[in-house]
Ligand binder design. Structure first.
Ligand code: K1U
Ligand code: ZN
Length: 178
């Protein structure tokens, strides 16, 4: 297992659409999922899409266990939303690729999913609450969409300015140290 660097917006790779896993789920896919999970736990976060570590494939990892609960890793290969409720719910979202920015996004409250798991078995499952929020956020990453894209233009542009400044400051700090 290895920690992988997480891409930070506005990295253009985060805007690309990820390709489906063709054929069976292999040991190479499982090695990527293991790396992603380790990277997500270290961040720390509750979800991660493969494109956030630079791999444009339709793979997501997640762990929604609360503090003090045993780890509950989950793996989603080629996830699809089969149904979404008309009812929506707001949630204050964050993103490991958009550090230190949080804002409310409104999404369907419940979704029905189909995906393949770590073993490659096909699973159908209903999601609600934080699970529904997180899987929709992560599936947006597979389409090259960030939670910022759900916000008003004003909020999105202000967030992107903040991110660009933080990147510039970090590069300057690094240069002063060399
Ligand atoms: O970058 C990501 O896609 C992961 C993101 C997932 C997410 C969070 C909240 C709403 C929707 C999707 C995160 O994990 S951000 C960090 C976070 O939420 C968290 C970190 C530590 C403890 C608890 C939560
Ligand atoms: Zn995210």
């Amino acid at each position: 297992m290895a920690l992988r660097p997480i891409l930070i917006a506005p990295d253009p790779r985060l805007k690309q659409k990820s390709a489906p896993v063709e054929g069976p789920v292999t040991d190479a896919h499982r090695a990527l999922m293991d790396d992603m999970l380790e990277t997500m736990y270290a961040a720390p976060g509750i979800g991660l899409a493969a494109i956030q570590v630079g791999e444009p494939v339709r793979i997501i990892v997640m762990d929604l266990a609360r503090e003090g609960e045993p780890p509950a890793p989950r793996y989603f290969v080629n996830p699809q939303i089969l149904w979404a409720s008309e009812e929506t719910q707001p949630y204050e979202e964050g993103c490991l690729s958009v550090p230190e920015i949080f804002d409310e996004v409104e999404r369907p409250a419940r979704v029905k999913l189909r995906y393949r798991n770590y073993s490659g078995d096909e699973v159908e499952e209903d999601a609600e609450g934080l699970f529904a929020v997180c899987i929709q956020h992560e599936m947006d990453h597979l389409e090259g969409v960030l939670f910022l894209d759900h916000l008003s233009r004003l909020k999105r542009e202000s967030a992107l300015r903040k991110l660009k400044k933080a990147k510039k400051d970090a590069a300057e700090t690094l240069q002063h140290r060399l």
